[in-house]
Design a protein around this ligand. Structure first.
Ligand code: 13P
Ligand code: SF4
Length: 303
């Protein structure tokens, strides 16, 4: 059954000159039939370089918006409209403007896990992998970072600049507790702990490495170690294990599951490519401003 749905999806993708993208946290059966898997920005950048007319993005809404910002001439589809991101929803462009009015004029560094309208109010975007380099590239000594306070505090510990942090967080990463990490370390004393910078500061200090999801894939592949405790959303165990079949990966806490990332099914994907819905389109005025913030980041970091 699953195989026949997968075949139907692949046939329709080809017929419509479409490309299927799946974020690292998506269910295995979706990752397995995707043209590209990876972190959200990488996926959008790679998709833009293809000659596909349609991008079908399996992830959450802000990721499809980013694809639309970078590829305005392509049709961007998302299989379900109810795949949001709790952290992206912790800030609006109006609230950002109000905070800037309080703080005075300063650059706004915005994590790519944010809505297009917030990106549009930003000086520059960053990812969890390049946030320190992005902040250090700015001429100003004082910046506002949004929306993730944990990523922000991590960056603040790595730079001399004064950083004001927005009080947002990813509920899934933020719920990881020190005791859970210590328990996992005691159960697997030989394993290295890879922590995502969306985790709280007291967890990050326990990390052998602090990495984005793509950074974890790279680190695990290159490492001479053969077991790892993973401090990010549980779905990431699948691509880690697939790329490293002889290594072992343990989730730091079973509670690290993002329901939004798990909602999309193969049936949803088939319906989306059959009916060409739901289209995600960022208005041109927002897109132009948001793409400037994304392009600035790409100029600095080359990705
Ligand atoms: P990255 O894949 O960019 O590390 O992002 C993690 C995340 O929480 C995506 O929702
Ligand atoms: Fe948002 Fe966190 Fe889910 Fe990623 S894991 S989509 S940041 S709520």
């Amino acid at each position: 059954m699953t195989n026949s749905i997968a075949r139907d999806i692949r046939a329709l993708l080809e017929e419509r000159n479409a490309i299927l993208l799946a974020h690292n946290y998506q269910p295995p059966e979706i990752q397995d039939i995707a043209d590209l898997t990876g972190d959200s920005l990488d996926l959008s950048i790679k998709a833009a370089k293809t000659d596909a007319d349609v991008i079908l993005f399996c992830g959450v809404h802000f990721m499809a918006e980013t694809a639309s910002i970078i590829s305005p001439d392509k049709t961007v589809l998302i299989p379900r409209l109810d795949t949001g991101c709790a952290m992206a929803d912790m800030i609006t462009s109006e609230a950002l403007k109000a905070r800037l009015a309080e703080l005075g004029d300063m650059p706004v560094v915005t994590y790519v896990n944010s809505t297009a309208s917030v990106k549009a109010q930003s000086t520059i975007c960053c990812t969890s992998a390049n946030a320190v380099a992005v902040v250090n590239s700015l001429a100003e000594d004082e910046v506002l970072m949004v929306p993730d306070r944990n990523l922000c505090q991590y960056v603040a510990s790595k730079t001399t600049k004064k950083i004001h942090c927005w009080d947002g967080y990813c509920p899934i990463h933020n719920r990881l507790r020190v005791e859970e990490v210590l328990r996992a370390k005691a159960a697997h004393p030989e394993a290295l702990f890879m922590a995502h910078p969306e985790c709280p500061p007291e967890v990050l200090v326990l990390g052998d490495a602090v990495l984005s999801t793509s950074g974890m894939l790279d680190f695990a592949k290159r490492s001479e170690n053969d077991s790892f405790i993973v401090g990010t959303e549980k779905g990431h165990l699948y691509p880690l294990q697939k790329a490293n079949p002889d290594k072992s990966f343990y989730i730091a806490s079973e509670s690290m599951v993002c329901e939004d990332m798990k909602r999309t099914t193969l049936d949803d994907v088939l319906r989306a490519i059959t009916t060409m819905t739901y289209e995600v389109k960022v208005s041109e005025s927002v897109r132009i401003q948001a793409s400037q913030a994304v392009e600035r980041m790409i100029e600095i970091t080359g990705r």
